[in-house]
Design a protein around this ligand. Structure first.
Ligand SMILES: Cc1ncc(COP(=O)(O)O)c(C=O)c1O
Length: 418
């Protein structure tokens, strides 16, 4: 469910006509719906209402301060993977006691920053990382709460670039030697080993992989407790899928119904780290048609957004629905929708039948709220797009479009070159 809809052929975000934003702010621009963000968060929160739980919004999916703030105000914490994401979370006003810090390569500086900020816990990915956290915590006179990220070796049935819970993936500790590793860490004086974490992948459409994963994690928790390791937190990561084309992802309520019996059996507090589920369909990217180029082989629609703005099609062959924001006819044609970057992988659609468009039309790429702006870059020295948040009949520029000056910020030419 989202709050982008066509009314008499014109795309609206909540009560705002999208064309008005394109004209006023320019393109490319990301547009987020506040109501959709809140609706998605509440669906998940309600689904797990009967047990103690904490939803840590995965900041990597969309790290705009206004988006994080929207979710924090609903009660969310954050799932972070870097000092930068911690900085953003704190700046947005997160309660540090609702922050979990994941990632396989945390630096000592990041660990120190997190400990000094009094975050809730670290999701630790190796024994050597546990040693590092123990050392930093000792130096600071603190005790660090940790969960180990366990790799349950289950198939997540998703794109191979976004599966993370197979034994050949770089993430987590091998479930077969997990008890040994938990025991070693439990002996360290500055750690409180209190959680089990797993994140098996992204864009997962059914509860089955989670049930399989929990089928391994629940007995592990039992075994750890028998070894006097006081596990009180079960973090099942993120990964819930959304609709890009015609997928049929599970509802939050069905997901909860499928996993709740297993979670309840552990008596643990449940932690979740959703990203895409909350932000995916809450955002669109808008772009303008610069030229239509017809060749003997193909028709190209050349737009002013490029792979630096939205890299998912180039990176994962990801599908985003593309439609003009003003629909005047139902005539269709087969085209490639491409950006101006000097790479053949700079495309948003290939050989796709879309509504016929003309120069200067605005197009919307749907389901762009997750891993859209956050993965954007300045490749080809292109300033990053603006971001806009819509609430009801108002819109707010929540990130200015970058300027050429921003592109060279921090750069300098050494004297010897003059
Ligand atoms: C550890 C961890 N948690 C949560 C997420 C969020 O995943 P999603 O956006 O699919 O919910 C990710 C994504 O890569 C992750 O690596």
């Amino acid at each position: 469910m989202d709050f982008f809809e066509y009314r008499d052929g014109e795309l609206y975000c909540e009560e705002v006509k999208v064309a008005d934003i394109c004209e006023a702010v320019g393109t490319p621009v990301y547009l987020y719906s506040h109501r959709t963000l809140v609706d998605h968060y509440r669906k998940l929160d309600t689904a797990f209402a009967e047990i103690e739980h904490l939803i840590c919004f995965s900041v990597k999916s969309n790290s705009n301060l206004a988006v994080i703030r929207t979710l924090i105000k609903e009660g969310a914490g954050t799932d972070i993977v870097s000092g930068g994401e911690l900085f953003r979370s704190l700046k947005a006003g997160v309660d540090p006691k609702k922050v979990v810090f994941a990632g396989i390569g945390k630096s000592k500086e990041e660990i120190e920053y997190a400990l000094n900020s009094d975050i809730l816990m670290f999701n630790v990915e190796s024994i050597n990382e546990a040693y590092a956290i123990n050392e930093v915590a000792g130096r600071l006179g603190k005790k660090a709460m940790i969960a180990f990220r366990v790799n349950p070796d289950v198939e997540a049935d998703t794109h191979h670039h976004i599966t993370t819970g197979k034994k050949e993936n770089k993430f987590g500790i091998d479930i077969n030697i997990a008890v040994e590793i938990f025991r070693k860490a439990n002996e360290l004086p500055n750690l409180d080993v209190c959680g089990v974490h797993a994140h098996i992948g992204s864009q997962i459409l059914s509860s089955e992989p989670y049930v399989k994963s929990l089928g391994k994690l629940v007995p592990l928790i039992d075994e750890l407790r028998q070894n006097d390791i006081n596990i009180q937190n079960l973090n099942i990561g993120g990964g819930l899928g959304v609709v890009y084309l015609d997928e049929k992802p599970q509802f939050a309520s069905d997901f909860a119904a499928a996993i709740l019996p297993m979670v309840k059996a552990t008596n643990c507090r449940l932690l979740l780290e959703p990203g895409r589920f909350i932000t995916g369909n809450s955002g669109i990217m808008l772009t303008k048609v610069l030229y239509v180029k017809r060749t003997a082989a193909k028709n190209f629609v050349i737009v002013d957004a490029a792979m630096n703005d939205l890299v998912r099609p180039a990176l994962y062959e990801a599908y985003h629905r593309i439609k003009p924001i003003k629909i005047t006819s139902d005539e269709e044609e087969v085209v490639d929708v491409v950006g101006p970057i000097c790479e053949s992988s700079d495309f948003f659609a290939q050989e796709r039948k879309v509504l016929k468009v003309q120069q200067r039309d605005y197009l919307s790429l749907f389901t762009a709220g997750a891993y859209g702006f956050t993965m954007s870059s300045n490749y080809n020295s292109r300033p990053k797009a603006a971001e806009v948040l819509v609430k009801d009949d108002q819109y707010f520029i929540v990130r200015e479009r970058e300027t050429y000056q921003d592109l060279v910020k921090g750069e300098s030419i050494p004297k010897f070159l003059f």
